[in-house]
Design a protein. Structure first.
Length: 384
């Protein structure tokens, strides 16, 4: 007996045809990617076949629905939705990661995939031992763990749970009505945070963080975050050849379906430090400028901040991005240009300004902000 259907392989995440072959009274599952390339899944069982995801276009195949989606995951229309119990967390997360990589076009970046898996893993660990997963349990989790978090943090968690329950497990009932936190229409989001509200670092705090870094590589990176307003991962992907000292810009590699970072502008102070660092490290054009990881950067910022300002004050690369925005805003730079300089504008808008004429205009706006950082006082703390 042989049953065929288009699926995504849970072993290699490639599309192929599922074939269940009966040999000596037992059913065995294979996925054929081509006549000479197949993956053996093992004895065909409900648990095994629940890991197989129908490929796009195969969702309407009733035989595939029965094979790849057991009743406890996808109930029939109008039927009572059974309790969801996840016994093997690691196994289902591997399937979820494979789904994100192959079964959807909206998740493209590696970091986004890892964040989705990490968010779901955090929830499943919390839910362990609390009974079946229900909508009420998910709401309790969000209230207890994310009730006092920033709206963006809470929104990221909800997006991951939607991906997992609604899209991957086909259980939209578990996340129905859980809305993303958003800014109400008409509520102002400008001006940006200032030094007075505690979210934006002061000039002296920025200088203190730079001077407290252990070597030239770290000092240069921290100053680059402040001077360019770039995202943490954007600067970590920069190679020496991406720096244009003539025009004092860094070509960034942050590209998504709707956004493009383009270039980041810097000033003479950072240019001098970059030249000294590249010369000291002996870097070649193809070398990464800063061979650090994102988690390593945030750990370094956290340790230095606590040592300088105490345990209650932590400055991160994102805070330096806020400082950069605030300095531009205080200099009277229109918010649309702040968005362009920080890579938040659509591709079409950014493309208009990253021409020789556009760069000249952006340079004049950038220099208007005078992103100078005064020397920090000795023994600086948050209360000083």
């Amino acid at each position: 007996m042989r049953i065929e259907g288009e699926v995504l392989c849970p072993k290699c995440s490639r599309p192929g045809k599922l074939r269940i072959q009966r040999v000596k009274g037992n059913n065995y599952a294979y996925i054929y990617h081509n006549p000479k390339d197949r993956c053996y899944l093992g004895r065909a069982s409900r648990k095994l076949l629940s890991q197989v995801i129908p490929a796009r276009g195969a969702e309407d195949d009733s035989s595939m629905t029965k094979l790849c989606n057991p009743p406890q995951v996808i109930p029939e229309a109008g039927a009572h939705k059974p309790d969801l119990v996840i016994e093997d967390m690691d196994e289902i997360l591997r399937g979820f990661e494979g789904y994100l990589r192959t079964a959807t076009k909206r998740v493209r970046e590696e970091r986004t995939i890892k964040d989705h898996v990490a968010h779901v893993r955090r929830f499943l660990k919390w839910a362990r031992g609390r009974g079946p997963i229900t909508r009420e349990l998910i709401l309790t989790y969000l209230a207890e763990e994310y009730g006092d978090k920033a709206p963006r943090t809470r929104a990221n968690q909800i997006k991951s749970l939607r991906r997992f329950f609604r899209d991957y497990l086909a259980r939209p009932d578990l996340v129905a009505g859980i809305e993303l936190p958003s800014t109400p229409r008409g509520e102002a989001t400008w001006p940006l945070p200032s030094e007075e509200d505690g979210r934006c670092p002061s000039d002296e705090e920025v200088r203190a963080i730079i001077e407290a870094m252990p070597n030239l590589a770290w000092k240069t990176l921290v100053m680059a975050y402040a001077k360019t307003g770039a995202r943490c991962s954007e600067l970590l992907a920069v190679r020496v050849r991406d720096i244009d000292f003539e025009h004092k810009v860094i070509r960034l590699r942050h590209n998504t379906s709707t956004k493009r970072a383009g270039v980041a502008l810097f000033d003479d102070e950072l240019a001098e430090l970059l030249r000294a660092y590249i010369r000291q490290a002996g870097l070649k054009p193809e070398d990464r400028l800063w061979p650090f990881t994102r988690s390593g950067v945030y750990t370094k910022f956290r340790r230095i901040s606590k040592r300088l300002f105490g345990p209650d004050r932590v400055i991160s690369p994102q805070d330096l991005r806020i400082w950069h925005s605030w300095k531009l805003a205080r200099a009277g730079v229109p918010d649309r240009y702040v968005d362009i300089l920080q890579g938040r504008a659509p591709k079409s808008v950014i493309a208009q300004h990253y021409t020789p004429k556009g760069l000249k205009e952006l340079r004049a706006i950038y220099e208007k902000a005078e992103l100078t950082i005064p020397r920090a006082r000795a023994g600086l703390t948050r209360s000083s």
